[in-house]
Design a protein around this ligand. Structure first.
Ligand SMILES: *Cc1c(COP(=O)(O)O)cnc(C)c1O
Length: 433
């Protein structure tokens, strides 16, 4: 009977009083930690866990943080990976988020102690980054930016639906079933489709304009390409039509990018005569999830004052991260776009040497991914490993996600910031035979 594990099982309070467990309770919340302690002590009573190991097992089972979201090293070579949260923030943006997370002066003028306009720092940074925009506004994401345009421009004062004129070839589905035409229609805008799937002319737009026209919408086909017998109408030509021209550029490039010549940017589109530009903040701009609205001052003001704008408002964390993205050091996404393949290969060679025979350095090809530029290869380099390591690497902490290519697991360095090299090597060492 003296060996009955139930007798040697420690009391819940005793385990909770262990210094390491107590510290975890402060960090993760007492209820959460107590739940795990109770679970482990139950297992002690059934004999599944030796009672003397109770504390060690509890500590092992504690989550690393008070979130179920795991840290992931994106070694896929896909720069803007939708399933991995799109753009990773720069260290400066992370610091800005941490600063803003408590009480902060997001809507107070500290000099007077009175209420002030919201998010002035971020909006000023955005205005400075896009001098061609007379006004700027930030909402929750790219879809929200389009939704606000639809609500504010797509109805008469009496709430009667007006028309958005859009080319058939630009009725785009972005991903996960999100279709721009359905978004607009769900908000009461009538779509007036012009042209065919592959071709549209200025005359098609002209013929469609009428008393009910609210705006012309040009959508960048950011995730597919149509090749062959095609034609589209330029922003400059559409701007000559005399109705508000809204251009959804998607990716959030603020200025032309030499490596992505087909990707539209806000400055060029505004200079060509667009009245409003909409874009995402967490694609090629490399910032937090948000939607940018840039353009003619009066129109932007109208959007900002629309009642629906409140439902799309961004929080202080987003404003902080956006400001740091715009004014701070180059964030990971633009840094990856500027990476040089020969340097990546030298890095891969160095890491392969550290890992010994299990890894080799190989040239590879990354891509922009969910952020745009379909079909544009980004020359890169990878560590090639046995494909069997893919699953254990994904399940590690941090998780490492690569991609299998020709029967080998490739960890592409294009999307791994150099400061994570040690982390990557350690992760491989933990699972390599
Ligand atoms: C990504 C994208 C959107 C949607 O933006 P979210 O930030 O995902 O809401 C809209 N239009 C285009 C052209 C896009 O590429």
């Amino acid at each position: 009977m003296t060996d009955d594990p139930r007798r040697r099982t420690p009391r819940t309070d005793a385990v909770l009083a262990d210094p390491a467990v107590a510290a975890a309770a402060v960090r993760l919340g007492r209820a959460r930690v107590k739940g795990i302690v109770v679970e482990v002590l139950d297992e002690c009573r059934t004999g599944a866990v030796p009672p003397q190991d109770a504390v060690a097992v509890v500590l092992d089972r504690l989550p690393a943080a008070a979130t179920t979201l795991r840290r992931v090293v994106n070694a896929t070579g896909v720069v803007v990976h939708t399933n991995l949260g799109r753009a990773p923030l720069s260290a400066a943006a992370v610091e800005a988020v941490a600063r803003a997370a408590g009480a902060t002066d997001v809507e107070m003028d500290l000099a007077s102690g009175r209420r002030g306009p919201r998010g002035t720092g971020a909006l000023a940074a955005l205005a400075a980054a896009v001098p061609d925009a007379g006004g700027v506004h930030v909402v929750n994401n790219g879809a929200a930016a389009l939704a606000l345009v639809a609500c504010a421009l797509g109805q008469t004062e009496m709430g009667r639906a007006r028309e958005a004129v859009i080319a058939r070839g630009e009725l785009v589905e972005i991903g996960d079933g999100f279709r721009i035409p359905e978004l607009l229609e769900s908000l009461g805008v009538r779509l007036r489709e012009v042209g065919t799937t592959n071709r549209v002319r200025l005359a098609d737009y002209e013929a469609a304009l009428g008393a009910d026209t609210a705006f012309v919408l040009k959508v960048h086909p950011s995730n597919f390409r149509v090749e062959g017998f095609t034609s589209a109408v330029s922003v400059a030509e559409l701007a000559s039509l005399g109705v508000p021209l809204v251009v959804d550029i998607g990716s959030g490039l603020l200025a032309p990018h030499p490596r992505l010549p087909d990707e539209p940017d806000a400055a060029t589109v505004l200079r060509a005569g667009a009245d409003l530009v909409t874009a995402s903040g967490d694609k090629l701009l490399g910032g937090p999830q948000c939607g940018l609205l840039l353009g003619e001052a009066g129109l932007v003001q109208r959007l900002r004052r629309h009642p629906f704008a409140r439902a799309l408002r961004v929080d202080k964390l987003t404003l902080a991260a956006l400001e740091a993205t715009l004014t701070g050091p180059v964030p990971p996404v633009p840094a990856a776009l500027a990476a040089r393949p020969e340097e990546l290969l030298a890095r891969a060679t160095r890491l392969a040497r550290q890992l010994g025979g299990v890894a080799s350095a190989v040239p590879s090809q990354g891509r922009v991914g969910g952020g745009g530029a379909p079909g544009v290869p980004l020359p890169s380099a990878a560590l090639a490993l046995p494909a069997a390591l893919a699953a254990p690497l994904r399940l590690g902490d941090p998780a490492v996600v690569g991609h299998v290519h020709d029967g080998r697991l490739h960890l592409d360095l294009l999307t791994v910031p150099e400061e994570l090299d040690e982390v990557l090597v350690e992760a491989v060492r933990r699972v390599a035979p």
